[in-house]
Design a protein around this ligand. Structure first.
Ligand SMILES: NC(=O)C1=CN([C@@H]2O[C@H](COP(=O)(O)OP(=O)(O)OC[C@H]3O[C@@H](n4cnc5c(N)ncnc54)[C@H](O)[C@@H]3O)[C@@H](O)[C@H]2O)C=CC1
Ligand SMILES: O=C(O)CCC(=O)C(=O)O
Length: 435
């Protein structure tokens, strides 16, 4: 790397996390603080933060959709591409009423950090559409998915930016987007998008990959802490793709999943919930609420149960300085992106909670997306056991790398993960002559 200079504050920039007394007011501010703090920890040249403090490009689009009523309604969509310093950008597309440009920017920045922790050859990206998918019919949803990819088609592509599923999007929606893009380009382009159905070139194991990765990190953490997972208890907030697979794989390791919640409410059972029954109930009724043999519990209450493992697997900002004192789990594993503010996370760590940060915990999804993209480019497909073995290997290596920095430097796992990521990104910048 070029000469390492002292990292100086500039008056316009966000305050370093060390000196922060005020809780970050938004996910964007939170991720900026985290990046800046890691740059300081590593003594990186100021240019590193300058390159990373905002996304390189953002696109705002209006998406007209013909509704079932015959009227045309316009939806707002975003795509944020944070940095392509190590390769094309990569990240999911979220359909949610609360999506904002700043949220999408923050999510793209977390993607950069996540890919760098795992050593994947991508920068981060994220997309979002402001909509309430629960109020859309299937054909309206399909129109929106096709409209979104049409609107960003000149901006994405296998060598530029590769979308994937996120909140309220899934393999079927990725299939529609792939079809639309392929029609526009006049050539079938499986490497455009990951998390698609296997019959269209999706990777074996992608659907469960994020949950599988989450559970690998919990297993590694439990090992370091001397916690026997057989008989340990867990509570899970959010029971979509990530939450449900996490619950399934935890149960396979002998963990008792005593509480689960989704946006409509939660369920509790001291002796452990039958996870497969909860998945089936959710498939049928759209929520875990009302699962026979369980007691009702509020969505938020799940966060406060005296369990060994708490897995927030829904949205950002669920654990903040306002409620952190009520969290009593021994391990908090951030399956969602940004579920804990940096300040609340620091408070948990001070109390002895082992926090596995999002950019490590939920990296299994993008890792298998990377495998999917590689398979698409080679047009050669791997069996599921090979995907799982490679995922296991990469997640364990990433966990060990972060844990080593955590132990050697006496910093939190989050700070350590950012340091690992920033070191790789800064090395790439230096090698490209940017520093
Ligand atoms: N799908 C993926 O591969 C990856 C997803 N993530 C992150 O994981 C999180 C969850 O994503 P998915 O499972 O894909 O989304 P999803 O749409 O499949 O599921 C989201 C779940 O969260 C629940 N939820 C929403 N608001 C809630 C609230 N206030 N309280 C309790 N539950 C609530 C929903 O009801 C649903 O059960 C997000 O933060 C996402 O960015 C991270 C890495 C990869
Ligand atoms: O699979 C991917 O490419 C990205 C998944 C994602 O959006 C995330 O990790 O937050």
């Amino acid at each position: 790397m070029s000469t390492v200079r002292e990292f100086r504050s500039d008056p316009g920039a966000v305050a370093p996390a060390k000196a922060a007394v005020r809780e970050a007011q938004s996910p964007l501010e939170a991720v900026q603080r985290l990046i800046r703090a890691a740059c300081e920890d590593l003594g990186l040249p100021p240019a590193v933060y300058e390159y990373l403090k905002e996304p390189a490009r953002v696109l705002v689009v209006n998406i007209p959709v013909r509704m079932d009523s015959g009227e045309v309604r316009t939806f707002t969509g975003y795509r944020s591409q944070h940095t392509d310093v190590v390769g094309p950008t990569k990240g999911g597309v979220r359909f949610h009423p609360a999506v904002t440009l700043d949220e999408v920017k923050a999510l793209s920045m977390w993607m950069t950090m996540k890919c760098a922790v795992l050593g994947l050859p991508y920068g981060g990206a994220k997309g979002g559409v402001v909509c309430e998918p629960r109020t859309l019919s299937r054909s309206e949803l399909e129109g929106l998915a096709r409209g979104y990819i049409r609107a960003v088609a000149g901006f994405v592509g296998p060598e530029r930016d590769i979308p994937a599923p996120d909140v309220n999007t899934n393999a079927e929606i990725m299939g529609w987007m792939l079809d639309e893009y392929s029609s526009l380009r006049g050539v079938v382009t499986p490497a455009l998008i990951t998390g698609k159905p296997e019959v269209l070139g999706g990777s074996a194991g992608r659907t469960g990959a994020t949950g599988r990765g989450v559970v690998i990190t919990i297993r590694e953490a439990a090992d370091r802490l001397g916690l026997d997972l057989r008989g340990a208890t867990a509570a899970i907030q959010g029971f979509g793709n990530v939450g449900s697979h996490t619950a399934r794989y935890l149960q396979e390791l002998g963990v008792r999943v005593v509480a689960i919640s989704d946006v409509r409410g939660g369920v509790h059972r001291r002796d452990g919930i039958d996870v497969e029954a909860a998945i089936e109930h959710t498939r049928r009724y759209g929520s875990v609420v009302g699962l026979p043999g369980t007691d009702p519990i509020g969505s938020d209450e799940v966060l406060y149960l005296p369990v060994d493992i708490l897995v927030p697997a829904a949205l950002e900002n669920q654990i903040t300085m306002a409620n952190v004192d009520q969290v009593s789990a021994r391990i908090v594993c951030e399956a969602a992106n940004g579920p804990t503010t940096p300040e609340a996370s620091e408070a948990l760590v001070q109390r002895g909670t082992f926090v596995i940060p999002d950019i490590l915990a939920n990296a299994g999804g993008v890792t298998v997306s990377y495998f999917e993209w590689v398979q698409n480019l080679q047009n050669f497909y791997w069996p599921e056991d090979e995907v799982e073995a490679r995922l296991e290997d990469m997640m364990v290596r990433a966990f060990n790398t972060v844990y080593k920095v955590h132990a050697q430097r006496g910093v939190s796992m989050r700070r350590a993960a950012y340091m690992v990521a920033l070191k790789r990104l800064a090395d790439a910048m230096a090698a490209r002559g940017w520093l």
